[in-house]
Design a protein around this ligand. Structure first.
Ligand code: NAD
Length: 401
C-alpha cells in the first residue's frame, strides 16, 4: 500500500481546509484511492467513521474528508469525550467495489496513524467491514455485537441508533425547558418528525411515551407502515408538507440540508431539534433561524449519542481512559443523557449573547479543543431526574459523524 501526506500549499486550495494536522492519501487494492484526515488531536485520538462513496473525483473526496473530520473535532469536544476529530473516505462504490481485501487494506491505512486515528462505520461501510479492518488495526470501534458477546466489553457494543435517539430526546427536553420556561413535559406539545428510520422512529416512540402529539413523514412507505404500527395514533403527512405543519417542534431525522431558504420560510415551529447531520444547508441559516425566533439545537450536539456509544466501546477495548470514566453501559447512558446539560448551556449562552446557537456551540467547542477549557463533567448530570425514558433497539445503520 502506497501513501503520502498532502502538503499545506495543496490543501490551502480547499474550502474545508482548517489547519488539519494530517491528511494522508492512500492507494489501496485495485488502485482505489482513500484519504484519512486527522483534524485535531488536542483532546485525544481522532475518532470518526470511514465513508465509502463513488466520489466524482479526488478533489470532492478531499473536501468531504476535510469537512467531516473537522466536524468530528467539534462534535467529540461537546460530547465531553477525550477524543479528537478525524474521518476516512474511500472513493469506491460500496455495492460493486467493496471486497474483504479492500477493507483489510483500509485497516492497514488506519494503522499507519499508530493510534492517532480511530475508525468506525459510516455511510457505505458496515459492522462486517470493521471486522475486516480490525485484522490489520486495533484502532477500530463499532464492531458487531456478536463479536463482543462473552467479552468483558460486550455490554457496550451494538447499534447506537437508540442512544442517538435518547440523546435527542434529552436535547429536546432541554430546548423545551428553555423555550417555555417552567414547562418540562412534552404533553400538550406537537412534534413534526421528518424521517422515521433507525433514529427517527426510536425518537418518536420516546416523545410519544412522554405525551407529545406527533405528525410524521417519510419517503419510505414501508417505514411509515412500521411507524404507524408502533406509534398508533399518529398523523402522517407527505414529505414536502412536514415543514409547514402547525407544531411546536420540528425534528429533522432524515438527510442533511433540511433547513434552507425555502423550508425556513415555511416553518411555524418554536424549536428545531433532531438527529440529522448537517441540517443547515449553509452557515447563514443559523442566523436566519434566530431572526425568525426559532430555537435551533445544533445538530452535532444533540445527535452525539451515537459517537458516545462507539467512544465507550473503544475506551473499553483499548484501555485508553484518561478521564477515568466508568466504562459500563449505565454510565455510558448517563453520559448520553448529559446532552441535556450541554444543550441547556448552549441555549443559555446564545440567549445571553443574542447569538445564533450553532455559532455559540462552535465557540464552546473551540474553547475546549483549542483553549483547553474543561470537558463537561458527565457525573454532574441532573437530566436523570427529568428523563424517564426507556429505550429498546431496532435495526438500522450507525453513522459516526
Ligand atoms: P435511516 O436511513 O435509518 O433513516 C432515515 C430515514 O429518513 C429513512 O426512513 C428515509 O426513508 C427517510 N428519509 C430520507 N429522505 C427523506 C425525506 N426527504 N423526507 C422524509 N423522510 C426521508 O438513518 P438514521 O440512522 O435514522 O439516521 C438519520 C439521520 O441521523 C441521518 O442524517 C444520520 O446521519 C443522522 N445520525 C444518525 C446516527 C445514528 O446513530 N444512526 C447518529 C448521528 C447522526
Amino acid at each position: 500500500m502506497d501513501f503520502n501526506d498532502l502538503n499545506t500549499e495543496f490543501l490551502n486550495e480547499f474550502d474545508s481546509y482548517d489547519d488539519h494536522q494530517c491528511v494522508r492519501r492512500f492507494v489501496l487494492e485495485d488502485d482505489i484511492i482513500a484519504f484519512i484526515a486527522v483534524h485535531n488531536t488536542n483532546l485525544g485520538p481522532a475518532l470518526g467513521g470511514c465513508r465509502m462513496k463513488p466520489y466524482a473525483n479526488e478533489a470532492e473526496a478531499i473536501n468531504d474528508v476535510l469537512r467531516l473530520s473537522r466536524g468530528m473535532t467539534y462534535k467529540n469536544a461537546l460530547a465531553a469525550l477525550p477524543l479528537g476529530g478525524g474521518k476516512a473516505v474511500i472513493i469506491a462504490d460500496p455495492q460493486t467495489q467493496k471486497t474483504p481485501e479492500l477493507m483489510q487494506a483500509m485497516g492497514a491505512a488506519v494503522e499507519s496513524f499508530e493510534g492517532d486515528y480511530v475508525t468506525a462505520e459510516d455511510s457505505g461501510t458496515t459492522e462486517e467491514d470493521m471486522v475486516e479492518m480490525e485484522k490489520f488495526t486495533g484502532h477500530v470501534t463499532g464492531l458487531p455485537p456478536q463479536m463482543l458477546e462473552g467479552s468483558e466489553y460486550g455490554e457496550l457494543g451494538g447499534n447506537p441508533s437508540p442512544l442517538t435517539a435518547l440523546g435527542c430526546y434529552h436535547g429536546i427536553k432541554a430546548a423545551v425547558k428553555a423555550r417555555y420556561k417552567n414547562e418540562k413535559k412534552l404533553s400538550g406539545l406537537t412534534v413534526a418528525v421528518q424521517g422515521v428510520g433507525a433514529v427517527g422512529l426510536e425518537l418518536a416512540q420516546l416523545l410519544k411515551q412522554d405525551g407529545a402529539t406527533l405528525v410524521i413523514t417519510d419517503i419510505n412507505e414501508d417505514g411509515l407502515a412500521v411507524a404507524k404500527e408502533k406509534l398508533g395514533d399518529v398523523k402522517i403527512v407527505p414529505p414536502n408538507d412536514i415543514f409547514s405543519v402547525e407544531a411546536d417542534i420540528f425534528a429533522p431525522n432524515a438527510m442533511g440540508g433540511a433547513l434552507n431558504d425555502y423550508t425556513i420560510q415555511q416553518l411555524k415551529v418554536d424549536i428545531i431539534a433532531g438527529a440529522a447531520n448537517n441540517q443547515l444547508l449553509s452557515a447563514h441559516h443559523d442566523k436566519a433561524l434566530l431572526d425568525k425566533n426559532i430555537l435551533y439545537v445544533p445538530d452535532y450536539v444533540i445527535n452525539s449519542g451515537g459517537v458516545i456509544c462507539v467512544g465507550y466501546e473503544y475506551f473499553r477495548k483499548s484501555g485508553y481512559n484518561p478521564q477515568d470514566f466508568d466504562i459500563a453501559r449505565d454510565s455510558m447512558v448517563k453520559h448520553v443523557e448529559n446532552i441535556y446539560q450541554t444543550v441547556s448551556e448552549i441555549i443559555a449562552l446564545a440567549q445571553d449573547k443574542s447569538q445564533p446557537t450553532g455559532e455559540t456551540a462552535d465557540r464552546l467547542a473551540e474553547d475546549k479543543f483549542l483553549n483547553g477549557a474543561a470537558l463537561a463533567d458527565i457525573n454532574d448530570a441532573d437530566s436523570n431526574e427529568e428523563g424517564q425514558a426507556s429505550f429498546g433497539s431496532n435495526g438500522g445503520t450507525r453513522l459516526v459523524q
